[in-house]
Design a protein around this ligand. Structure first.
Ligand code: BTN
Length: 241
């Protein structure tokens, strides 16, 4: 598939959106640097030149928008497995879209969609991996790290990108062509940072504690609150600490 490569761009997700209509399914957009990298919940994503992997995958699957968030799970599974295989670091998935190493974030995923009620026009899976960053701004030091910092040596970004993309493609095709999410689910369950744990859930301006009981076959998180109440969480609507 086609790869579009930049030295610098505002955001690979923004660029993908701008070209989506006239660009084929499966196009990869990568930049060495983002001047306006975006994270979830309107946050910034620091994307210094040459230090990380800042990329977006443009997809045009024939699925309804309700299935779109499964792409986040597929990307998280591919990223976590690729980081493990390429760096030998013990990476875990903090459901639904963060990858952590030694409890700190090394990778975030931002999935964005456009389309109608029954059919997606396009879907953009933005993946940011702190690969070779050697330092972080003070306010991020406690929560973010890079693969190089945790491993003590630089990571070959090209190897990691290729590994991640080939895993993503395999899991994606398995889901789109055969309707099967089983391999993705077994990765996100095996390497879950939250399964069986007590987590703090932030919903709008409410905050509560719950135990994570299960990641179900749809990729949703089943939690039990302190009062015994159970709830199924859909990716995107909550933030877990
Ligand atoms: C998050 O954890 O909040 C998601 C971070 C996603 C960052 C990636 S980097 C490539 C793509 N372009 C962006 O502007 N954001 C995503």
């Amino acid at each position: 598939s086609r790869i579009i490569y930049f030295d610098t761009i505002d955001s690979t997700n923004n660029y993908s959106k701008r070209i989506a209509k006239d660009t084929p399914h499966g196009t990869i957009i990568i930049s060495e640097e983002q001047s306006g990298g975006r994270g979830r919940l309107g946050r910034n994503w620091i994307s210094p030149k040459g230090e990380g992997i800042w990329m977006s995958i443009l997809l045009k699957p024939e699925i309804p928008p309700t299935e779109g968030m499964k792409m986040t799970q597929i990307a998280a599974a591919a990223a976590c497995q690729a980081i493990r295989d390429v760096t030998a670091l013990e990476a875990y998935i903090k459901w639904p879209n963060d990858i952590v190493v030694h409890g700190k974030k090394v990778c975030g995923i931002l999935t964005e969609m456009a389309g109608e009620l029954n059919q997606i026009d396009y879907l953009i899976v933005g993946i940011g991996i702190n690969a070779n960053n050697l330092s972080f701004p003070k306010e991020f030091k406690d929560v973010a790290t890079s693969l190089a910092i945790e491993k003590g040596e630089k990571v070959d970004r090209k190897t990691l990108i290729l590994d991640l993309l080939s895993k993503f493609e395999a899991l994606y095709c398995h889901y789109i062509m055969e309707g099967k999410l089983d391999e993705t689910l077994s990765i996100i369950r095996n390497y879950s940072a939250v399964l069986g744990k007590s987590v703090r859930i932030i919903k709008g301006n409410q905050e509560c504690y719950a135990i994570v009981e299960e990641i179900n076959d749809e990729g949703c998180l089943k939690v039990r609150y302190e009062d015994g109440e159970e709830e199924l969480l859909i990716s995107g609507e909550v933030s877990i600490r």
